[in-house]
Design a protein around this ligand. Structure first.
Ligand code: FAD
Length: 506
């Protein structure tokens, strides 16, 4: 008798925050799920964000009340879901004479405080920058500011942990695997895949496809699904610069610019300040996106308008850029294009269905996934109730205000390891730091080191549990140790990874 071919319920294209979020939700409800990502997890837009879990104060100006309300409510939901990689951040918004009037900012922040659920985050307050230490890094002349709450997230780790949880719930996650075509036949999809490293090809049969390819969502429709005229997203580039720390305190600044845009200056990875972002229409391959000289000058000038000490190109230690896949609502300016998401389903259970994801933010990925599951269940039938609100991501099994306790616990368990090292591990792995450290008692027990405090044990953990394969996966997406590791150490890490791979093949 012929062997029955396995048919996956849900096939997800794209391992960004939205693809992984949908895969996790679907796997948790009992669907069989297969996710293919052509690069590394979060190698598209989901590692290039400003990294805020925020309502988006600016979006109120464009009347995006639905989005802002949903996003505001998600702040505390996500913070509780992953308190190791998400935490509250206070923003200082100076009033700038000649730009938005103070009453207007106050009104916006009043709405911000009250239209979304907020139980743990503190409300807005007014500051006198002439007497507050928060005014010290700024030029004289800024008198009034408003301080309000949002949250910070390690975007690439959010994706890796969401994928980890999906896999723990049974999803197959395959990175470096490109979807090259998808053909519908007798109510089923035949999806053709290619391993980008080896070139080997394979197929998977699925009942429903989720196209969560971010900036590539139209290319997938055109190239893989034969919809030659697909034109649903507007690609808008945004860049950031990372400079050596500009000030000592832990608040972020929200600066208004004369062109009506805004930029943030945010404490970053302990020793740095992150400045961004820009909004520029983009036409090229999203993989090739990088900061232009014009964007660098714009960000330096915008920061220098506020900080007492001019910020110059010599301060820059790293830059990154990403492409927002915004739903095309045909607005004239890139900064005005909607940040809300749109989901569309074509086909049904009889023909084979495809769900397309247009737009969507890190902040709203969990709600977007719930809505995606409503579409999926309409086609495949109901499997379970929404479950992700109140759930935990791997390592996040502690209360939103218990981060320091978690570090203390680890210090007690590993008295010979430094607090700085353990604190970093709790930030990245939460309760799973103990899984990584195991029975080690001293740093030497963790094997070779590759600069900063990156050890062989951590590298192996990331390969085994988080799909890391290359030095960039480890240094720039699973950690941000790329900011601290020089070219020599990176080369040693690359050699280690290659030797390990060759050894594995023998
Ligand atoms: C500059 C900037 C700042 C931002 N700041 C914030 C912020 O502060 N807060 C916030 O909430 N949001 C922010 N966002 C928005 C947020 O980052 C994105 O909306 C979100 O990451 C999009 O995720 P995604 O999964 O849809 O896309 P992506 O992360 O791009 O994932 C899509 C994936 O699909 C893969 N793929 C494509 N084609 C194929 C194929 N054929 N086969 C297999 N895989 C394929 C790609 O490799 C990619 O990894 C920002 C975005 C930008 C650009």
């Amino acid at each position: 008798m012929a062997k029955r071919e396995h048919i996956t319920d849900v096939f997800v294209i794209g391992g960004g925050v939205n693809g992984c979020g949908i895969a996790r939700d679907a796997a948790g409800r009992g669907f069989s799920v297969f996710l293919a990502e052509m690069g590394d997890l979060a190698s598209g837009t989901s590692s290039a964000a400003t990294k805020l879990v925020h309502g988006g104060l600016r979006y109120l100006e464009y009347y995006e009340f639905r989005l802002v309300r949903e996003a505001l409510a998600e702040r505390e939901v996500l913070w509780s879901m992953a308190p190791h990689i998400i935490w509250p951040l206070r923003f200082v918004l100076p009033h700038h004479k000649g730009l938005r009037p103070a009453w207007f900012l106050r009104l916006g922040l009043f709405l911000y405080d009250y239209i979304g659920t907020r139980k743990l985050l503190p409300p807005t307050k007014t500051l006198d920058l002439r007497s507050s230490p928060l005014g010290r890094p700024l030029k004289d002349g800024y008198a009034t500011a408003f301080e309000y709450s949002d949250c910070w997230v390690d975007d690439a780790r959010l994706v890796a942990l969401t994928a980890r949880d999906a896999a723990d719930k049974g999803a197959v996650i395959q990175t470096r695997t490109k979807v090259i075509s998808a053909v519908r036949e007798n109510g089923l999809w035949t999806v053709r895949l290619q391993d980008v490293d080896s070139g080997l090809k394979g197929t998977v049969k699925a009942k429903l496809i989720v196209n969560a390819a971010g900036p590539w969502v139209d290319s997938v429709l055109r190239e893989a699904a034969g919809q030659n005229d697909a034109n649903n997203v507007r690609l808008v580039k945004g860049s950031h610069i990372v400079v050596r720390k500009l000030y000592e305190h832990d608040r972020a600044y929200f600066f208004q610019n004369k062109d009506g845009r805004i930029i943030f200056a945010i404490p970053y990875e302990r020793d740095f300040t992150l400045i961004g972002t820009t909004d520029q229409d983009y036409k090229d391959d999203p993989r090739d996106v990088k900061i232009s000289e014009e964007e660098t000058s714009y960000l330096l000038a915008a920061a220098t308008e506020y900080f007492e000490r001019p910020v110059s190109a010599a301060d820059i230690v790293w830059t990154y850029s990403g492409v927002r896949p915004l739903f095309n609502d045909h607005k004239s300016k890139a900064q005005e294009a909607t940040r809300d998401y749109v989901l569309t389903t074509e086909g049904d259970a009889k023909t084979g269905a495809m769900l397309n994801v247009f737009g969507g933010k890190l902040t709203t990925h969990r709600r977007l996934s719930e809505e995606a599951l409503e579409h999926i269940e309409k086609v495949l039938g109901s499997r379970g109730k929404p479950w992700t609100k109140g759930s935990k991501l791997p390592g996040g099994e502690f209360g939103p205000r218990e981060f320091d306790q978690q570090v203390e616990r680890l210090n007690e368990a590993y008295p010979n390891l430094t607090d700085k090292f353990l604190r970093r591990l709790v930030r990245q792995y939460g309760t799973r730091a103990t899984l990584l450290l195991g029975g080690a008692t001293r740093m030497q027990d963790l094997g070779e080191t590759f600069g900063a405090d990156l050890t062989q044990r951590e590298v192996e953990y990331l390969i085994e549990h988080e799909w890391a394969r290359t030095a960039d996966d480890i240094l720039w997406r699973r950690t941000k140790l790329g900011l601290r590791i020089g070219a020599g150490d990176k080369a040693r890490l690359e050699t280690y990874l290659t030797t390990r791979k060759t050894r594995g093949r023998k």
